[in-house]
Design a protein around this ligand. Structure first.
Ligand code: ARG
Length: 268
């Protein structure tokens, strides 16, 4: 994943020029590759430190050196639900899962090895949907799994519903990742609003969350982590135009759409 991240960050630099010259509010110009713009923007992004004990199912992914690069959710004692774009280019032995640890500086909790990576077969890139993957671990974690939203959970996706996003990612657009677990509350955004912000939005594959005025959002490094409503995994941090910008909510994988595929993996 070192390569993936290097690629991602170098794209940030390359496309900053294009973004800046085309104007900051031209979401159409950015939409083809919404993660790649770079400007000064409000911090994560409106978050606050969170207790791992209250969110025991949230985990982070590291490379073999221990560098955190994505988040994830315990879906079963030995399975992690994450974003496909976090792991699709990786080999299992290149990824470790850290569970039960709030601070990257700490040594508590579990460090599990990955023995298998399932990427949704429809996945191509975050902008086209199916941004979901399941990791199999070499051990059973003591953390309780979080239930994943199903087709019957439409109510959890109602516009305005308060959702919670968690992660160890950047606390400002273009900024450093957080050492400690952060959480933020963001309202679910209607399909219509999200479609306005992102031409590539697909209502069956994605769900947006954020404030119209921006200021609260997930950000780089939070990818793969959970968006939670009423103790169910409704979304997976996927992409967005910058972080916490006005009229540019975060884009999350719509978990309910992929429930059956994911559940099959969790059961296997
Ligand atoms: N793709 C990013 C990652 O790999 C997550 C971006 C989320 N962006 C947002 N504005 N919510 O960590």
């Amino acid at each position: 994943m070192a390569d993936t991240r290097r690629r991602m960050w170098s794209m940030v630099g390359l496309l900053a020029v294009a973004t800046l010259s085309s104007g900051l509010l031209t979401t159409t110009a950015n939409a083809a590759d919404p993660d790649t713009s770079e400007t000064k923007a409000p911090p994560i992004v409106g978050g606050q430190p969170a207790k791992i004990a209250e969110h025991p199912w949230v985990v982070y992914l590291t490379d073999t050196q221990g560098n955190q690069f994505c988040g994830g959710t315990v879906g079963r004692v030995n399975k992690i639900v994450t974003a496909a774009h976090c792991v699709s280019d990786e080999k299992p032995e290149a990824i470790q899962v850290v569970a039960g640890r709030e601070s990257k500086q700490a040594t508590d909790g579990q460090v599990a090895k990955v023995t298998g990576i399932w990427v949704h077969p429809a996945y191509q890139n975050a902008n086209s949907g199916a941004d979901v993957a399941v990791l199999t671990l070499d051990q059973e974690l003591p953390q309780p799994p979080l239930a994943i939203a199903s087709k019957d959970d439409g109510a959890l996706y109602q516009a305005g519903k308060t959702s919670t996003v968690l992660g160890w990612g950047a606390t400002a657009e273009g900024g450093q990742a957080s050492d400690i677990l952060q959480k933020a509350e963001v309202p679910v955004v209607s399909d219509q609003e999200c479609q306005k912000a992102y031409p590539q939005y697909k209502a069956d594959a994605m769900v947006c969350a954020g404030l119209p005025q921006g200021g609260v959002d997930s950000c780089q490094g939070d990818s793969g982590g959970p968006l939670v409503v009423e103790n169910k995994l409704v979304g997976i941090v996927s992409t967005g135009n910058g972080c916490a910008r006005p009229n540019a909510p975060g884009i999350y994988t719509r978990v309910s759409t992929y429930h059956d595929d994911v559940q099959a993996q969790l059961g296997s």
